[in-house]
Design a protein around this ligand. Structure first.
Ligand code: ADP
Length: 307
């Protein structure tokens, strides 16, 4: 547990408009030093917009965004404290991994021993002299992390660092985040992966349509919004309209892998009747209970479905 005393990032009433579109509608939050802060929300919620402002690449329309008490926009003195891993960050594909890092090391005035150290730590030493275009997606992502860490920043900002990666490559990045956190650094992590958020983050914020819909420790949010459910997988023999009736509502029902999945709150008197109702309208394939999850919180506070 971190001591939530000293702020690394303070966002106050932040507004961003693109013409008529309000991407951020006056959001406020702070991230403490040494914290892994998760930033979650459906597509179009405003996550990338926030990250671009945090990284100093875009100006706020209103309000403020400060890191170590200094505004982020057009503040180069701050950038030596910030490392940014963007999903779409560019690498020089024709150059090797080591050439890419040396180029950025020179820009930051970082000694080349640091390049070697990072290539070793991120398991890229063997591939270091190969052109980046021959790298797998996981290797490129690791190289981007090395690039962001070259100057040993105090705050690491990561936009979807594991999206599209296989579990092994994602695990390497999870380990890196854990390692970095142990050094007392601060991490701002935007992700779509609720398990990642649940296991890595000290606190998470849910952003929805440019507003913070909920913010707390994952466990506290699960207690507040989640409840254990019974998950029934059904092969229906009738139309859905005959299933979504009475106490079963349409937001409890979804098609998953060709089966209709129905989520029913566990602790309620109607449960027995609801299961009988389903049994009379198809073949029940599986039935099991599920603890409250951050995915449930996501659905509840944003009204969106996880992709
Ligand atoms: P997220 O990263 O959560 O998917 P974004 O921050 O990319 O969300 O987008 C938030 C909203 O702002 C969306 O409605 C998006 O269409 C709009 N938006 C983002 N960037 C621009 C831009 N450069 N010009 C116009 N609208 C934009």
């Amino acid at each position: 547990m971190i001591a939530m005393t000293e702020s690394a990032i303070v966002v106050e009433n932040l507004v961003k408009k693109y013409g008529e579109t309000s991407a951020l509608r006056g959001i406020s939050f702070q991230v403490y030093r040494g914290e892994v802060f998760g930033y979650l929300g459906p597509n179009g919620a405003g996550k990338t917009t926030t990250i671009r402002i945090l990284a100093g690449r875009s100006s706020p329309t209103g309000g403020s965004c400060r890191v170590f008490d200094r505004p982020t926009f057009k503040n180069p003195a701050l950038y030596r404290h910030l490392g940014v891993v963007f999903e779409e960050s560019h690498l020089y594909e024709r150059l090797s991994g080591i050439e890419n890092l040396r180029f950025f090391a020179a820009l930051h005035g970082v000694p080349s021993t640091r390049v070697q150290e990072l290539l070793q730590a991120y398991d890229l030493a063997k591939a270091a002299t190969r052109p980046v275009r021959t790298y797998s997606k996981g290797m490129k992502r690791r190289l981007l992390i090395c690039r962001a860490l070259l100057h040993d920043p105090q705050v690491l900002i990561m936009d979807e660092p594991t999206s599209g990666l296989d579990p092994t490559s994602a695990a390497v990045i999870h380990e890196a985040i854990g390692h970095y956190r142990k050094q007392g650094k601060t991490i701002f992590l935007s992700t779509h992966d609720m398990t990642e958020a649940e296991t890595l983050c000290d606190r998470v914020a849910f952003l929805n349509q440019g507003e913070i819909a909920a913010l707390d420790q994952p466990k506290a949010l699960m207690r507040r919004y989640g409840q254990p459910v019974v998950v029934v997988q059904l092969r229906p023999s009738v139309e859905i309209s005959e299933i979504v009736q009475g106490t079963i509502s349409s937001n409890q029902v979804a098609w998953e892998d060709d089966l209709l999945t129905v989520r029913l709150p566990l602790e309620q008197p109607e449960l027995g009747n609801q299961i009988d109702h389903l049994r009379n309208r198809g073949e029940i394939i599986t039935i099991h209970t599920q603890e409250a999850s951050l995915g449930q919180v996501f659905r509840q506070v944003t009204g969106a479905k996880l992709e």
